[in-house]
Each structure stands twice: as structure tokens, then as C-alpha cells.
Design a binder for this molecule. Structure first.
Ligand SMILES: [Zn+2]
Length: 466
């Protein structure tokens, strides 16, 4: 008797030979994948012998998606900061809203984001930076209850600037180096490794918001605790100006000088880098999270993904947050990554569907240091997988499962989600969060926040809403 037996029309295994099984089945027991193969071979051992059988005969079964750049609390801020470049986007809109959030509002936003991620097939994510005012403990408890797997970075800072703009950070988000550092350590001791699904990381703020001494302390502590670090880097040209002017180095040279590189580091965006800097990322095995929607929406630029991959850099995929994307649908993000890169490079094969699917699964797992546990459907790995219903006009006829997932599918096509061997969504009904309650609560709390802060009360719409 096993816990779950899934019978799919196609199983995208993402194993070493990247086998796609037709009429494939997967057996799961105690949270782990115990068998993968042709249903005709596995049925004699598992059919009728599982506590739960999932008939995915008009579905593609594939590894759960891994979103390597998420701002949970920004889920509430969609459309609140449109048509701005990064620094005014942060200073005038996003930071005042985040800097005024109560714990209850932050929690409501986080639940909304988690609900959206589950419903669009994400099973693991990297939160980039919680701060004290959001109530990080309650948010981490909510992640545990949602069933999701996550690396949760808590922000660390001791300066208040963004790049060369001193004092840019909103007062509601300012924390001391001592407090922010001690709170990461507190969260690490309390939650790291909890239920085998939570990892607590360091999330230093962007250059301009942390001193060299603090960065070095973070690097040393992360090494000592064997955990990760994630930071935005080289997102806009102002980041390059800052490190050049202040330290005489380009952004990647700067982080290398700090020791803030290596396989436990995920640098986010990395748009404005030279060939030499790409060489450093490759040599130091530093991971990159690519967020094409966010970079496009804010007019930041287009990251050199295919150059980085060619140079041997591990590039993963992320959605970023509500006001820069404006959704957390990693299936949509795969398509955007591909078509943008191919257009940018004037090469229809600059980033193929297979490569971007690797970015959203295996490369994401590697970026989080979890490549032995997740990212593929293989015996011995954790059972993090999803089914995608292809029996609809968007995905028929089913000519090529990989191409269809990347170019044709939407997050809404995800039908079932299993994380750590637990069925978290079945037939599009999320079992771990009350969808109606989450939506109702966020509807009220968002209005309260917007009215209190006086931002996004009336989004800056061109056309009248009456
Ligand atoms: Zn971000």
C-alpha cells in the first residue's frame, strides 16, 4: 500500500536523460517518489493499492515549479505602482505601502500570494526579504500550513539608501544592522529545517542599504550556518553607477570582493553585467534568478540569459512581486523569458522551451541547494509534482508536451498539486487554504491600507471607472 498513485498521459520526468513517459505512472509513499515508469509496468504493484489514486489521463504530470524570486507581501499591491522606473517605483509607491503595512495586512497579502502560486503550479519558492513589521513568524507559520516548500530570506540592513540615493528607504522599513541580523538568527534557530520544508536565508538589502562590514558578516554567518543568501543586483544602471563610483568596481566584482558569491548565493535580476562579470558568476558557481516580466515592466532592461547559460551560469526563474509583474504565474513567466530572449537576440533558439523548463525546475532546485531533493520526478526525490490539464482549446491537439507547457499553457491549466507527498490542490480546489476567506480578507485589508496611506486609493488610470 502506497499513499498516492498518479496515472498520467505524459510524465515529464526531468531525469538525466530528460525522458518524457507516455502513459506514465508515479507512486508516492511517505512524501517520497517510490516508482516512476510506464503504467503498464507499474500497475501490477500499485493499481488499486494506493490510499489515493489520481487519474491524470488527460494531463501532463511534471515536477512542481520553483519560483526563485518572490515578495509575498507585494501580492496586495498589483497596479499600485505602474509606469515608473525602479527607484521612483520603490520610493513613491511600493515602499510607502510596505512601510505602512500592519502584520495582519502583510499576512493577508502573503496568503493571497501563496494561494496564487499553488493554483499556478509553484511548489517551492524563495521569498526575498521579510522584515519585522510584517510579522515574519506568522508568515512562516502560514507557509507551513499552506503546504508549500520555501526558502525564506529575511532582510538585513544598516544603511537607508538605494544606490547613490541616500535616505531613499521608507522610514517604516528601516531597521538597524544589529536588530535585523539578530532576527535572522532567531528565525533560523526557530524555523530552519522545520517539517523539512522551510529554510531560513539571509536577504541583505541592495547595495546602498548595507555596509561592507555587514555584508561580510552575513557572508561569514551564512557559511557557518550552511544556509543561503539572496540579494537584488545590477537590476538597473544606477546599481552599476553606485558600485563604480563608491568602490571602483562593477556590481559582480563588488559582490566577489565581499565574498558574496558562491553556490549558496542567488543574485536577482543581474541585467547590467559585462562578459567578465558573467565569467565571475560562472567560475564562482553563483546562481542568478531571472525575472523577465519585472525587468520589462519597469523598463529596467533584458538580462543576458542565453549568454549566461552558455557561460555555464546556473540561471533560474522568478516572478518578482505584485506591482512589478503583476502575477506570480511561473508558467506565464517561462513563455515571457523565452520569447523576450529570442526577440532580443534575434535568434528563435536563443532560449529554447527545454532550457526554460529546466530554469523553472532543476535549475531552481540547484539555486536553492535542493537539487538532491526536488526539481525532477525520480525515485528517491521528494514528491513535489503537478498535473496540467491539456483537455482544453488552449492545449489541444497535444503535439509536444514541453512546447505546450512553455508556449501555450496558463497557470490556470494546473489541475492538481502535490508537495512533499501531500495533495495540496485537487481538481483546482486548494485544500490547505480557504480560497474564499483569503480573497474576502485581502479585499478588505487592501482597501484599509490604501486609504490609510493615500496610495492606490484611485490607481492612476487613464480611463474613467464609474
Ligand atoms: Zn524583487
Amino acid at each position: 500500500m502506497v499513499d498516492i498513485y498518479v496515472r498520467g498521459k505524459f510524465v515529464i520526468t526531468m531525469n538525466k536523460e530528460r525522458l518524457v513517459l507516455k502513459d506514465g505512472c508515479v507512486a508516492v509513499d511517505s512524501g517520497v517518489i517510490v516508482a516512476v515508469g510506464k503504467c503498464s509496468e507499474l500497475d501490477k504493484d500499485y493499481r488499486g493499492k494506493a490510499k489515493e489514486e489520481i487519474n491524470a489521463s488527460k494531463h501532463i504530470v511534471m515536477p512542481g515549479l520553483i519560483n526563485t524570486h518572490v515578495h509575498l507581501v507585494q501580492g496586495m499591491l498589483k497596479a499600485c505602482a505602474n509606469y515608473r522606473r525602479l527607484i521612483p517605483w520603490l520610493k513613491d509607491r511600493v515602499w510607502p505601502l510596505q512601510g505602512n503595512m500592519t502584520e495582519d495586512e502583510a499576512l493577508a497579502a502573503a496568503k493571497l500570494t501563496m494561494l496564487e502560486m499553488i493554483k499556478s503550479g509553484t511548489t517551492t519558492f524563495l521569498e526575498t526579504g521579510l522584515v519585522g513589521r510584517y510579522g515574519p513568524d506568522r508568515i512562516i507559520e502560514a507557509i507551513l500550513n499552506s503546504g508549500l516548500r520555501a526558502a525564506v530570506a529575511r532582510h538585513v540592513m544598516d544603511l537607508t539608501g538605494y544606490a547613490l540615493e541616500e535616505g531613499a528607504l521608507h522610514k517604516g522599513l528601516i531597521e538597524s544592522g544589529e536588530y535585523s541580523m539578530s532576527d535572522v538568527l532567531r528565525l533560523y534557530n526557530k524555523y530552519h529545517g522545520k517539517e523539512g520544508r522551510i529554510y531560513v536565508w539571509f536577504g541583505p538589502r541592495t547595495p546602498g542599504a548595507a555596509s561592507v562590514e555587514l555584508y561580510r558578516e552575513i557572508v561569514a554567518k551564512a557559511k557557518e550556518l550552511n544556509t543561503g543568501i539572496t540579494m537584488h543586483l545590477a537590476e538597473v544602471k544606477e546599481d552599476v553607477e553606485y558600485t563604480l563610483k563608491k568602490f571602483g568596481m562593477k556590481p559582480v566584482e563588488f559582490v566577489k570582493w565581499l565574498g558574496l558569491v558562491g553556490s549558496n548565493v542567488v543574485l536577482v535580476h543581474v541585467v547590467w553585467v559585462t562578459d567578465e562579470e558573467i565569467g565571475i558568476l560562472s567560475k564562482t558557481k553563483t546562481n542568478v534568478s531571472h525575472n523577465p516580466s519585472s525587468n520589462g515592466k519597469l523598463g529596467s532592461g533584458i538580462a543576458r540569459v542565453s549568454d549566461m547559460l552558455k557561460a555555464g551560469v546556473n540561471v533560474a526563474l522568478g516572478t518578482d512581486g505584485g506591482p512589478s509583474n503583476d502575477n506570480y504565474d511561473l508558467i506565464e513567466e517561462m513563455k515571457i523569458a523565452t520569447i523576450l530572449q529570442n526577440g532580443f537576440k534575434e535568434d528563435p533558439e536563443a532560449l529554447r522551451a527545454e532550457e526554460v523548463l529546466e530554469m523553472a525546475t532543476l535549475r531552481g532546485a540547484k539555486a536553492l541547494g535542493l537539487e538532491d531533493l526536488i526539481g525532477s520526478i525520480e525515485v528517491g526525490k521528494k514528491a513535489d509534482m503537478i498535473t496540467v490539464d491539456y483537455w482544453n482549446p488552449r492545449l489541444m491537439p497535444m503535439n509536444d508536451p514541453i512546447s505546450h507547457i512553455v508556449f501555450a499553457a496558463h497557470g490556470d491549466d494546473v489541475n492538481d498539486v502535490i508537495i512533499d507527498g501531500r495533495v495540496v490542490m485537487r481538481d483546482r480546489k486548494v485544500l490547505t487554504l480557504d480560497e474564499e476567506e483569503v480573497l474576502k480578507e485581502v479585499d478588505v485589508r487592501a482597501r484599509e491600507l490604501f486609504n490609510r496611506v493615500g496610495i492606490c486609493v484611485d490607481p492612476e488610470v487613464k480611463w474613467p471607472i464609474k
